[in-house]
Design a protein around this ligand. Structure first.
Ligand SMILES: [Zn+2]
Length: 498
């Protein structure tokens, strides 16, 4: 792309090698999770860290930093140009502030910690992993100090995943959200709601057949296989090499087919954000999504608000009956309740729409306490179990059901979890606005006409890439922030009919 401004054009030219390294790193990451032979791990690790170092050298090159600095001083930048400068300036500032030794210590601990975590989880013994968690927290505390913050050290880490997100924002979000969800959950359980009754569809399925089913759903959702593909991995993810090579994976545990379908639709929602970004932003720092929370709002919108709606279940019900032998007699309503079963349980990744954010609330509370020096590593497992019992009414009986269930901390991802909840909140804001703009969009879903929805998302969110910071985008497009009211209304209406 060419901009009005000569300095910005110089920046974009100099950015091309960095973009290319990102392209290669992404492709290597995708390959690592899908098809790489297991013995390739070490070589891949080396190649990966070398490419990252090359990227850092290019980013912090004096001439490049000088260009970005001079662009910052220009008064007459367009929104797009300002977006390019903002994204690069953020990246440069963080990289400069964090000393090389800390970056190295973190990447080393990430590998060691992750290995220790895997073994500890398998044996369900937290103490095997605790020394690594302690080390990672020490590194992260130092990083937070180097980055700097105004009020809470955790703010520095939150901002690395979600631009300008603070403890202040999240205290408001969870303060409003948690008690309301608890109340709904109690009502559902106490009233013996049909949503809480487990059906008989969570059985062993034929993986090949469900794979065909997932591909048929992607066809219904109009995915263009010339720019997109789907493979299989243990933990589903989306990887965008650029705007025209976006890949997702899904999972097949072999039982409970809704997990596989939901993962497919979730990741396809992420992919659409990249696929519908304006092509003029290709090979620039602003291609792709505005933030993790905005990205998650897209995946959750498709997975939950569309994918778990009655019209959508009605649309795919004939495909399910065809591909899943034991579901061939299931009614639309039975399938709908199967996809929307509410169960207070220990494991976050399997949680339903109602309870999901309670899991995040627990992680948020713990992370905030860790970085506020209010909770030591040895106190975490019990605190985790206590809070799970208080919020969800079930107490993990072993560490693998509690503190050891998620990979995030072992990979140094402190501050990441809250973006999942923010994504849920934004997905409900989107649904509420879409309902006003696209009258009868539920009818469109039932008929399999997804064009109006896709086009609405493209115009309101996708096409802008990361030109605007998430808070600015939310304000510009919806005149809103991370407001939990829409999500609560959505949940209350759907599950309590009020
Ligand atoms: Zn996601």
């Amino acid at each position: 792309m060419r901009c009005e401004n000569a300095v910005i054009n110089q920046i974009l030219d100099a950015y091309k090698p960095m973009w290319s390294l990102n392209h290669a790193i992404s492709l290597m990451g995708w390959d690592f999770e899908t098809y790489m032979p297991t013995r390739g791990t070490e070589e891949r690790g080396l190649a990966n860290s070398q490419l990252h170092m090359l990227h850092k050298d290019l980013l912090l090159n004096k001439d490049f930093v000088g260009l970005v600095e001079s662009a910052k001083k220009l008064g007459s930048l367009s929104d797009l140009e300002r977006g390019i400068v903002r994204v690069l300036d953020r990246e440069i500032t963080k990289q400069i502030k964090i000393p090389k030794e800390l970056t190295e210590a973190e990447s080393l601990e990430r590998i060691r910690g992750n290995m220790a975590w895997r073994q500890a989880r398998e044996k369900s013994v937290f103490m095997m992993y605790a020394p690594h968690l302690k080390k990672m927290i020490e590194i992260k505390k130092q990083i937070a100090e180097k980055i700097g913050y105004e009020k809470h050290p955790y703010d520095a880490l939150l901002d690395t995943f979600e631009e300008e997100l603070t403890v202040n924002d999240l205290d408001k979000v969870f303060g409003a959200l948690t008690p309301r969800i608890q109340k709904i959950l109690k009502k559902l359980i106490d009233s013996g709601s049909p949503y809480c009754k487990e059906g008989k569809l969570g059985k062993k399925y034929d993986i090949q057949k469900v794979d065909e089913l997932n591909h048929a759903i992607l066809t219904l959702l109009q995915y263009n296989m010339e720019r997109f593909r789907m493979d299989v991995s243990t933990h589903p993810f989306t990887e965008a090499m650029g705007l025209n090579d976006v890949r997702i994976t899904t999972r097949y545990e072999g039982t409970d087919f809704k997990k596989s379908i939901s993962s497919t639709i979730h990741e396809a929602g992420h992919a659409l954000y990249n696929l519908q970004c304006d092509q003029s932003l290709s090979v620039t720092p602003v291609e792709g999504g505005s933030s993790l929370a905005l990205h998650e709002s897209q995946s959750r919108f498709w997975e939950n608000i569309v994918g778990r709606s009655l019209p959508f279940v009605q649309l795919i019900a004939p495909l399910i009956r065809k591909q899943v032998s034991f579901a061939n007699q299931a009614t639309d309503d039975e399938l709908y309740l199967y996809f929307n079963n509410v169960k207070a349980d220990y494991i976050r990744v399997d949680a339903d729409e109602v309870t999901y954010n309670l899991h995040i609330a627990i992680r948020y509370e713990i992370e905030k306490k860790i970085f506020g020096d209010e909770l030591s590593v040895s106190e975490i497992p019990e605190f985790w179990n206590d809070r799970t019992e208080q919020l969800l009414g079930v107490r993990p009986t072993k560490d693998s059901q509690g503190v050891l269930q998620d990979t995030h901390w072992s990979s140094g991802l402190f501050g990441y979890f809250p973006t999942y909840t923010l994504g849920n909140l934004v997905s409900a804001i989107i649904a509420s606005r879409m309902r006003k703009d696209l009258e009868g969009y539920e009818e469109d879903i039932k008929r399999g006409n997804f064009n109006p929805i896709r086009e609405w998302l493209r115009l309101k969110i996708h096409q802008q890439g990361s030109v605007y910071a998430p808070k600015v985008l939310l304000n510009n497009t919806f005149n809103e922030g991370y407001n939990p009211d829409y999500f609560m209304t959505y949940i209350e209406t759907k599950y309590l009919g009020s």
